[in-house]
Design a protein around this ligand. Sequence first.
Ligand SMILES: [Zn+2]
Length: 221
Amino acid sequence: MKTTTRICKICFNRIYTNNIHSFLYNEPICSKCLKELNPVFKKFKIEGIESIAIFEYNETLKKLIYQFKGCLDYELKDIFLAYFVKELKEKYKKYYILPIPSYKQKDLNRGFNQVEEIFSCLNLPILKDVLIKKRDDDQHLKSYVERTKVKDNFLLLNKEILRDKNILICDDICTTGSSLKATIELTKNYINKDVKILVVAKREFSKDELEKIKDKRFVLS
Ligand SMILES: [Zn+2]
């Protein structure tokens, strides 16, 4: 079987495939681009909670995330998870997604919430507006140290909805882990079942960068 009906949403080349999986799941990117994105399914723990980062945080991923949420290229919403929908659905079928919030007005300006959109292809129930961000704080402009102080900017609006549900906390990029930690801190007393974390990618820091981070003014690029 050879099909050329689809165009890769990253490189715009035709997708030639004889891969039944790719054919059945209508994957939006070619195998070459997938390879560049480098799925690693890295396991890590945040506050003792089992977490998975799907991709390596590399230049390709960084560029695509920026293109998606910074340049509003909505077409890219499915490229991150599409290849793994079947497996992820199976693994998290009993979970409710709790997205890490962004500032509501920013979502409204953008026309979408990037985390909800990326994870929506899993068809899991999404707990929208349960956790919100009170103020607009552009993490990009902040120093590493300032980035870690996000807890006061999150507000849990609906505590009861978390009860008797398995919760999957989702985010696009885990940089300092502080948004995830703040979410865990705010929700842990209300989650009486299982909780897991799934992110698109986790940024790792070199020894050199870790050294610079100690400087309170250090701003991540
Ligand atoms: Zn491609």
